[in-house]
Write a protein that binds this ligand. Structure first.
Ligand code: NAP
Length: 258
């Protein structure tokens, strides 16, 4: 059996999750990579094995359905070397709640809420027993901003952040650490999948996914607190959102995408 620690990353086929997989492989972790696109996952596994000599396995699953969540949770529970769980998979939707596609909203609730909770709960007994582990969840700066046209996205991101903050208190002294990463706009496939693209958004504010992940892992290595906002500008904007939300009113309307 490989002596290396194992990291499981959800949403590893693209964007921020793909970079977590690359960075964790470079740090000597074997990988369990989860997403729906098996071809992309398997290609990444082969690339990372070749580059870093680690074992990497593709777990093809849809984490917005119960069967997919159950299958990945079982794998998390049974992995004796699990050292890092990255709950990253996510997507955006458009549309005011009264008119939004019901199925899309329900899938978002399962992916951003149910899957995050169930994978975390599955990881905890083993990590607590080994007195070691990191659970990182990719939330968002949106978690502080109530936004029309984005009700469930922002609410589920707020759930993720609060879940991490509260869980960190439960786990104090256990050797298991928790981090909610709250990025602002980040270069990835997110806005293309949303159907809006990046046009019309403040380009100066976009961070490379590498920057988000490098800050997250550096924060973890330094045993930083349970909430991290990557990038100086986004730290400042999230401070404004937390303390002077009214300032963001006009911006909220300007970047509204119903
Ligand atoms: N980009 C931003 O501006 C930004 C800002 C703040 C927070 N975030 C958060 O960052 C996280 C990563 O997003 P990203 O920007 O990297 O977007 P992305 O490039 O679109 O990547 C999303 C990843 O999630 C996976 N995924 C989506 N639905 C899934 C499902 N039902 N089951 C399993 N995997 C699924 C996708 O893979 P498959 O399609 O292969 O399943 C893909 O690997 C999300 O939680 C997002 O909310 C993004």
């Amino acid at each position: 059996m490989s002596p290396r620690p194992v990291a499981l990353v959800t949403g590893a086929s693209a964007g921020i999750g793909r970079v977590y997989a690359q960075r964790l492989a470079a740090r000597g972790h074997d990988l369990l990579l989860v997403a729906r696109d098996g071809d992309r996952l398997r290609a990444l596994c082969a690339e990372l094995t070749e580059a870093h000599g680690v074992q990497a396995e593709a777990l093809v699953a849809d984490l917005s359905d119960d069967a997919g969540i159950a299958a990945v949770a079982a794998r998390v529970r049974d992995e004796p070397r699990l050292a890092v769980l990255v709950n990253n998979a996510g997507f955006g939707t458009r549309g005011v709640i009264g008119k939004a596609d019901r199925d899309g909203q329900a899938r978002m609730l399962r992916l951003h809420v149910q899957a995050v909770h169930e994978l975390t709960q599955a990881a905890l007994p083993g990590m607590r027993e080994r007195r070691r582990g990191w659970i990182i969840t990719v939330a968002s700066v949106a978690s502080w901003v109530p936004a029309p046209g984005n009700v469930n996205y922002n609410s589920t991101k707020a759930y993720q952040r609060m879940y991490c903050e509260a869980l960190a208190l439960e786990l104090a002294g256990s050797g298991v650490h928790v981090q909610a990463v709250c990025p602002g706009f980040t270069y990835s496939e997110f806005h293309d999948r949303l159907g809006t693209g990046r046009a019309g958004l403040p380009q100066w504010s976009f961070l490379p996914a590498e920057r988000v992940v490098d800050e997250s892992l550096a924060h973890a290595a330094a045993n930083g607190g349970p909430v991290l906002v990557p990038g100086k500008r986004w730290k400042m904007l999230s401070f404004v959102a937390r303390n002077f939300l009214w300032v963001l009113g006009p911006l909220r309307q300007r970047y509204r995408r119903d």
